[in-house]
Design a protein around this ligand. Structure first.
Ligand code: PM9
Length: 476
């Protein structure tokens, strides 16, 4: 794949939505009103929205047409049957419980399978996933390879689990203290880094030998399958669907935020090979989500999702998506700004530590960079650093090795010229990086603080040229 050129879009536009760029003074005002938190900006005030690829995707005409087939019956909806059939065919799981989105499935799973005091080893945390584990009384343990915490490591599978760490944890605690192993594919917080099939197999073999269950976070598993096909020996001729089914055959269950891979604006599910989990999750579903044949979704949502699940492994959607992400990375590299390598499938992650080396971690460099990027060019991004990491059980700030700003590409939404505009904005900000101030909290909610915290700027840094001798990010 040529990183300097995006594959031509495998679609054409049939409907468009106007966007507008506010003048700089208004962007500054909107940023202040939003407490320097991009989650609190109004979408109307954003020019190019790279906050997330979650629920922000453009559906196909076939998905839109499917909405009209939605069966809105409270019970036994045929739209649920369409989803169930699609998940069985594409993922290979026989049992499916729909949920309103991914965290609904995480909630049902955590309540079903975690006993208070049990541990959940995983390949780096995800915000909502870890919170649901903790709310169920569990303790999350990070057993990802060390390279995942190094933004400039070019390891091809930085999402892999370090088997020695996993084995040591099981040895130390005993297998009864492990609720299950949680495997994300790919690892969002590490920069969208994939896990290899070889590693997933090794984890599955080890866990099965110990009677430990394995759960896959499948939100972007098709992206992960794409990287397996590109990088792992023996899979070049496999289809994405075949790799996905192979991944799912190695685990006991998956939680799914369908707002990502499956190209819908809302939806999720828990899917499993385990009848006991299915029955428990179905029962919890009626308490927290809705009847087990709609799970908090409208019949039309189920229909669009059923089509999305089938379409996501077809054609060249994923080739195009990843070429867009790589193109943006190449343009940002031209501007000299540092980002996580290898570039993952859903986003370019700016490395805020190297972008703003004059800011210590307490000055929240990633939060600040995300805010200043909006001010610079109206582009909305998301912090993935200290603010997202939250506090530990003693109430202390967690200090992650990675201080990142995610430029996330919604699927089938933006064009090459949008990406050129974004990279130019990053480049201008990078050119004046030495003068950018940090931020401090002025309000912090109790849970998932990144969504709702408010900040104010620290006194401006001296306008010295920042250190620019970071390694060239060319290995992607
Ligand atoms: N991910 C994202 O933007 C949206 C919420 S956090 C800003 O990346 C994984 C790997 C995710 C994810 C959501 C969820 C939760 C689980 N696993 O948002 O509840 O990336 O559908 O899914 C977001 P829901």
């Amino acid at each position: 794949m040529n990183n300097k050129q995006i594959l031509p879009e495998p679609y054409r536009a049939k409907m468009v939505e106007a966007i507008r760029l506010l003048p700089p003074a208004q962007r500054r005002k909107r940023l202040e009103e939003a407490g320097f938190n991009t989650f609190l900006l109004r979408s109307e005030d954003v020019y190019i929205d790279l906050l997330t690829d979650s629920g922000t995707n453009a559906m196909t005409d076939v998905q839109w047409a499917a909405l009209m087939r939605g069966d809105e019956a409270y019970a036994g909806s045929r739209s649920f049957e369409a989803l169930e059939a699609a998940v069985r065919d594409v993922y290979g799981f026989p049992f499916i419980v729909p949920t309103h989105q991914g965290r609904g499935a995480e909630h049902l799973l955590s309540r079903s399978w975690i006993k208070p005091g049990q541990h959940v080893p995983g390949n780096m945390y995800f915000t909502t996933t870890r919170l649901h584990q903790e709310l169920a009384g569990g303790v999350f343990d990070d057993v990802i390879v060390d390279q995942a915490h190094q933004p400039d490591s070019t390891h091809p599978f930085k999402g892999d689990i370090d088997l020695d760490k996993l084995k040591a944890l099981v040895q130390r605690l005993g297998q009864d203290k492990i609720a299950y192993a949680a495997v994300a594919a790919p690892v969002n917080m590490a920069g969208g880094q994939p896990i290899s099939l070889g590693n997933l197999k090794a984890v599955s073999d080890f866990c099965r030998s110990k009677g430990i269950r394995v759960v896959l976070d499948a939100a972007r598993a098709v992206e992960n399958a794409w990287f397996i096909r590109e990088r792992e020996d023996g899979y070049a001729d496999w289809t994405l669907g075949e790799i996905l089914r192979e991944m799912c055959s190695l685990v006991d269950a998956c939680t799914m935020s369908a707002k990502k891979d499956a190209y819908v604006n809302i939806g999720g599910f828990l899917a499993t090979h385990d009848r006991g989990l299915y029955e428990e999750a179905m029962n919890l579903c009626v308490v927290y989500e809705g009847l087990h044949t709609y799970g908090g979704l409208a019949g039309r949502d189920l229909e669009a999702l059923a089509v999305g699940v089938r379409e996501m492994v077809e054609g060249t959607w994923m080739d195009h998506r990843i070429s867009q992400v790589r193109y943006l990375a190449a343009r940002i590299e031209d501007a000299g700004a540092p980002f996580v390598v290898p570039v993952g499938g859903h986003a370019v992650f700016l490395d805020a530590r190297r972008f703003l080396p004059h800011l210590p971690q307490e000055a929240l460099p990633a939060q600040a960079l995300s805010a200043w990027l909006y001010e610079e060019c109206g582009v909305r991004t998301m912090e993935r650093g200290t603010v997202s990491a939250g506090r530990d059980d003693q109430g202390r700030d967690r200090r992650p090795a990675l201080e990142l700003v995610r430029l996330t590409l919604p699927r089938r939404v933006y064009t090459q010229s949008h990406l050129d505009y974004v990279a130019a904005g990053v480049g201008r900000l990078y050119a004046r990086r030495g003068s950018l101030p940090g931020l401090k909290f002025v309000y912090e909610p109790k849970r998932l603080r990144f969504f709702q915290s408010r900040f104010c700027p620290l006194p401006a840094a001296a306008a010295t040229g920042a250190n620019s001798d970071h390694p060239k990010a060319s290995a992607y």
